[in-house]
Design a protein around this ligand. Structure first.
Ligand SMILES: *Cc1c(COP(=O)(O)O)cnc(C)c1O
Length: 522
């Protein structure tokens, strides 16, 4: 095989003796490390690594990179994820040697610039969230949730109420990380079905406090706007009920992109919130990280924040451990590089700019929603916030075309699918979030694509069911891939998997004699 095709792995290109680099010959005596290692750590055979030239290597990965889909390929309206464009200037700033080469173990005096960036970012996020203190340490939204809920725990412990306060209330529209966080921190979860407006129900919360007893309530976790794109108009009332019961209120700030400069978790009365800087503030997003999930808290919880915190005295910056700190939640100071990119963004936008971001994000989502609502059923009535949810239950029933089929068909038009099958309480749903960085032309293109697909569902549902047709790989068997993943280079296992796939997906192979025979293998 000469060139990378759809089904070539880098191992297939390997030929003994090919290398992509040359190291200068060793100037010191070779040292046999195995003598210092425990036997079980010593490898008997050399690792099986591909041997390819630099050009082969570059071609292979360039080919792979052109087959993936990113925000720089086309629209990526993944609801709840805020896949906005990340300005390149962030990268320039993060690459400045003074930042790129700073080491966390340097003396405080020699890293004043880095500390200043972190301090000023904390201050900016205090403004955005309406809180009294911010830590940049958590490395993702979920990590921020855990940090805050551990602070809740310590707060109750100090008051001698931890034993009793065991329930955390979570609406069914919540991201899975909310109940998972509460459970990992040792609390029991009470789930609340959303009402017909898609909101958490104030009366249901009141009834639950009555039923379980106010002394058992540890708190509530609310995402606002919710993952369904609905503004929880009564969040403040729910927070008051929880506070009256002696509990604490957590705000999942993943959808902060809808409210910056307009309202804030602090104004809504919450005690703590996380922000996803890789969503709202143009940190790199996708590929599993790195992310950043700072949390803001009010005075009640500030003493419990993780150590160390950054303070400014006169003109200099230093570190301190909060009085009753829950301890460390991350090595050193969190993901500095991501926080720095977000800082560059916040400084470039300014307060007015951030407000404009939220206004445009909400406007874009409402424009899409309004243009699509005649052909697609919306899950909830009224205007939406930064994202909205549609349901394809009708199409599933009448035409046997599912949300997944439509998502796959969108790829043929160069538009990434919205979030599918989330939030969990809406059947056959697609959750959309165009973000503010999509232009009107691109929004109009998305609308055209969706109106085309609506027509295709009626005229050729079979074709839609088999989409994508123009993507590098056809329909994948996601269940097979997650149940029996082949994660190392094992040609035989891959071939065997492919045979299973062919048998269970005969329909895909009857189609026009496959544009690329091995494509399903990828
Ligand atoms: C993305 C998201 C999270 C989790 O954030 P990560 O940074 O992925 O850990 C939590 N809640 C909501 C609503 C989200 O959209």
């Amino acid at each position: 095989m000469m060139f990378t095709d759809y089904n070539t792995l880098i191992f297939d290109l390997s030929q003994e003796g090919h290398t992509a680099y040359d190291l200068p010959s060793l100037e010191i005596e070779e040292y046999d490390l195995s003598a210092d290692l425990d036997n079980h750590l010593v490898r008997e055979e050399a690792a099986n690594l591909p041997e390819v030239s630099e050009l082969q290597l570059i071609r292979h990965y360039t080919a792979l990179s052109s087959r993936t889909f990113g925000i720089e390929t086309g629209p990526y309206p993944l609801g709840s994820c805020t896949m906005k464009y990340n300005p390149k200037v962030n990268e320039d700033i993060a690459a400045m040697p003074g930042f790129a080469n700073v080491h966390p173990l340097q003396s405080v005096e020699s890293k004043q610039g880095a500390l200043q960036v972190m301090y000023e970012m904390q201050e900016a996020l205090k403004e955005v969230t309406g809180f009294d203190a911010v830590t940049l340490q958590p490395k993702a939204g979920a990590h921020g949730e855990l940090t805050a809920i551990l602070a809740f725990k310590k707060y109750f412990q100090e008051k001698g109420e931890l034993e009793e306060r065991k329930y955390i209330f979570v609406p069914d529209s919540a991201h899975g990380t909310n109940p998972a966080t509460a459970a990992v921190a040792g609390f029991d979860i009470v789930e609340f079905p959303s009402n017909e407006k898609g909101m958490m129900d104030v009366e249901a919360v009141e009834a639950a406090i009555e039923q379980y007893g106010p002394e058992t309530v540890a708190g509530v976790m609310i995402t606002n706007p919710s993952t369904a794109g609905v503004f929880e108009t009564y969040a403040k009332d729910i927070v008051e009920l929880i506070h009256d019961a002696g509990g604490l209120a957590y705000y999942d700030g993943a959808n902060l992109n809808a409210i910056m400069g307009i309202t804030s978790p602090g104004l809504m009365g919450f005690d703590a919130a996380h922000m996803n800087l890789h969503k709202t503030m143009t940190g790199p997003h996708g590929g599993g990280g790195p992310g950043s999930g700072p949390i803001g808290v009010n005075d009640k919880l500030a003493p419990y924040l993780p150590a160390p915190m950054i303070q400014k005295e006169g003109d200099s910056y230093s570190l301190y451990d909060p009085e009753k700190s829950i301890g460390r939640v991350s090595g050193y100071y969190g993901n500095f590089g991501v926080n720095l990119r977000a800082y560059a963004y916040v400084r470039a936008m300014g307060a007015d700019g951030l407000r404009r971001v939220s206004e445009d994000a909400v406007l874009n989502a409402n424009y899409l929603r309004a243009e699509l609502k005649d052909k697609y059923d919306m899950a909830f009535p009224g205007y939406c916030m930064n994202d909205f949810t549609m349901t394809l239950s009708r199409q599933a029933k009448e035409d046997d075309v599912t949300a997944k089929d439509v998502g796959k068909r969108m790829l043929d038009y160069g538009v990434h699918a919205p979030t599918t099958y989330f939030p969990l309480h809406v059947d056959e749903c697609l959750q959309w979030e165009p973000t503010e960085t999509e232009s009107k032309q691109d929004l109009d293109y998305i609308i055209e694509v969706m109106l085309n697909i609506a027509e295709e569902i009626e005229t050729d549902p079979e074709m839609v069911r088999k989409a994508p047709h123009n993507a590098p790989v056809t329909r994948l068997d996601e269940v097979l891939a997650s149940r029996k993943p082949v994660l190392t280079y094992d040609r035989e296992a891959i071939e065997a998997q492919y045979e299973v796939f062919k048998e269970t997906h005969a329909d895909l192979f009857e189609q026009e004699d496959q544009q690329s025979p091995g494509s399903a293998k990828a």
